[in-house]
Design a protein. Structure first.
Lengths: 142, 142
DNA sequence: CTTGCAGCTGCAAAGAGTCGCAATAAAGCG
DNA sequence: CGCTTTATTGCGACTCTTTGCAGCTGCAAG
């Protein structure tokens, strides 16, 4: 299915931006991933097809996709940012600061907060992929 | 008031760590600030008293203080991290991705989410200073 | 008061991400 | 199909932050 590419094309056209081979390759590499990827990983993946692509192009493309709401970015705590296509499987992470374990939670958990921000502040929160740090049950009891 | 130092001393003793002049200077510089500061700013402040302190000491001290829950760190989006003493004035930020404006919201807004994470997942979320990105009312209507 | 040893500090160098700029190449147009 | 405009690319330099290491120091036991 090429709907991702179509969405990209649409989004780019809408804001007067260009559909370049590099952008298509980045998006296609993203679409192949099951889970989060780093910029470095994407660089390697795209270089399989096109060895001349530059890391800053990857970053700029990712920034653009994030801005368009097509990609979610998250810092899961390791000092490296993770990127992921939005919409396929909306979720968030609880990260234990003691043991480092991460638990995935559904997007519906954040809906009440979203609603509240909307009604109280008129703010449309874009929480596509949140990382919430804290202490897990096991570590608190141990 | 020296309660910050007492808290620090207590916390350090508990985990077998040391109370060094550098750490005291960093904490004291933090305590003088009204609002967020960057590591670089802290470096300048501490160097007023002790010109030999190293930037990595600042970062390591901040990491430690964050781990102990005394300091909150936030990336407000500018690529530079902001640090702030916890407890004085718990708050969070809504940041508009269009116009860049930030709005401060009270900590109580996040309490329902905290409660939910606690009851559903046994997870004690540490959301000391959140940055929530999205689109503000003005930008959505304009 | 001295000593031993974690735990710190400062330094230098590596990682991660960003920026400015000249060259390139999409898209639209005739 | 070639031309023009202008966004985008690739590159190198730069910023912010982390890490490895060698030497130093707080602190508690002797």
């Amino acid at each position: 299915m090429s709907s991702d590419l179509e969405v990209l094309q649409e989004a780019l056209r809408g804001s007067g931006q260009r559909l370049t081979p590099q952008r298509m390759m980045v998006l296609s590499a993203l679409a192949e991933q099951e889970s989060h990827v780093t910029a470095e990983t994407l660089l390697d993946l795209v270089r399989l097809d096109y060895p001349y692509i530059n890391l800053s192009t990857i970053y700029r493309t990712l920034d653009l996709l994030v801005e368009l709401g097509l990609v979610a970015e998250t810092d899961l705590g390791g000092g490296v940012r993770q990127f992921e296509l939005v919409g396929t499987h909306p979720h968030h992470h609880l990260i234990c600061q003691r043991c480092g374990q991460t638990v995935e939670i559904g997007d519906d958990t954040l809906q009440p907060l979203r609603d509240r921000l909307q009604s109280h502040y008129g703010f449309e929160a874009r929480m596509d992929h949140f990382a919430i740090f804290g202490v897990c049950k096991a570590c608190r009891e141990g």
